[in-house]
Design a protein around this ligand. Structure first.
Ligand SMILES: [Zn+2]
Ligand SMILES: [Zn+2]
Length: 315
């Protein structure tokens, strides 16, 4: 299961209701801040997330509405927050600009308050733990080296309690070992193998986050049957020519991608203040009914085949 907290859902410039791009994806104790638009640190405070363990940042691309908040965040860390190490992942173009911002503007020769590592990425696996991984997906937008991020849990074999009951396996450490794929020797001397109580391999939850993007055709594979597709919807179809010109997509194009890829849910963000939210939603839902437009401070739990909104402050 992944959780995603939207901190900023506005395109290009903030509006009264929406801050600039930033969201946090969480899995167990791991947290990833994706993009850090201007004002993100205040959104982090207001969301109640706090700065703890916010030590990994994934940048989709180097446009200012996605990175300027890094300067403020670092400036705050210099005063009072203690994070031992900050890792910032992104394409070369984005990281060059982040480097200029952090070292040229904020630090200007001062020692960083923590170890800062800028990790240049290429398409492919960029992060891996025992039970989930993150893959960088190349994305076409204005400028080179733009990336989306695919969060994937590993496959899992579900524990079948009815089989365990049939074998009279008592509750306790024996069942726990079997859940973890280990054989268990019961108090009565029998040894039970995981195969006897585990079901078929089931794919884990998958969440694809795409930031700004001008073309969806090459994303169909990455979005194939994902449980949640998070993607920009900067324009509506009546201004599709402008979307094309500026390397963005319309709500309908986002919905068509979700439909074509067989995604389970579509969550739209990077919303322009030129439009009403309800018009963006209507356009997307006309093509893909499981569409949602994210608002600042919305929190979604993404599970296998399921997206549950668990909190929202309607600002
Ligand atoms: Zn943007
Ligand atoms: Zn952009």
């Amino acid at each position: 299961m992944f959780e995603i907290v939207f901190l900023g859902t506005s395109a290009s410039a903030p509006s009264i209701h929406r801050g600039l791009s930033a969201q946090v994806v969480m899995h167990d104790e791991f947290r990833f801040l994706i993009d850090c638009g201007e004002g993100t640190q205040r959104q982090i405070l207001q969301s109640g997330l706090g700065f703890k363990r916010l030590n990994r940042i994934l940048i989709t691309h180097g446009h200012l509405d996605h990175i300027l908040g890094l300067a403020g965040l670092l400036s705050t860390f210099m005063r009072w927050e203690t994070i031992e190490e900050l890792e910032i992942y992104g394409g070369k173009w984005a990281l060059d600009r982040v480097h200029d911002l952090l070292y040229g503007v904020v630090l200007r020769g001062a020692k960083p308050p923590m170890k800062i590592t800028l990790l240049g990425i290429k398409p492919g696996r960029i992060f891996q733990t025992d039970d989930f991984c993150i893959t960088a997906i190349p994305v076409s937008h204005r400028g080179p080296d733009c990336f989306g991020y695919l969060f994937e849990e590993g496959n899992r074999r579900p524990f079948l309690p009815e089989k365990a009951d049939a074998l009279s396996i008592p509750p306790g450490p024996w069942r726990r070992d079997l859940v973890n794929g280990l054989p268990a020797t019961l108090p009565d001397g029998r040894t039970i193998l995981p195969d006897q109580v585990l079901g078929e391999d089931k794919p884990g939850t998958r969440l694809l986050h795409i930031g700004d993007v001008g073309r969806t055709s090459e994303l169909v594979n990455a979005a194939h049957e994902v449980d949640a597709l998070v993607i920009e919807a900067t324009y509506l179809t009546n201004e599709a020519d402008m979307a094309y010109e500026f390397g963005h997509i319309t709500a309908r194009q986002a919905a068509e991608l979700a439909e074509m890829a067989g995604a389970k849910h579509l969550i739209l963000t990077h919303i322009s203040r030129r439009y009403r939210e309800r018009d963006v939603l209507e356009e997307a839902q006309a093509t893909f009914s499981n569409s949602i437009v994210a608002r600042d401070f919305d929190i979604f739990q993404v599970r296998r085949d399921q997206v549950i909104k668990i909190d929202s402050q309607d600002k």
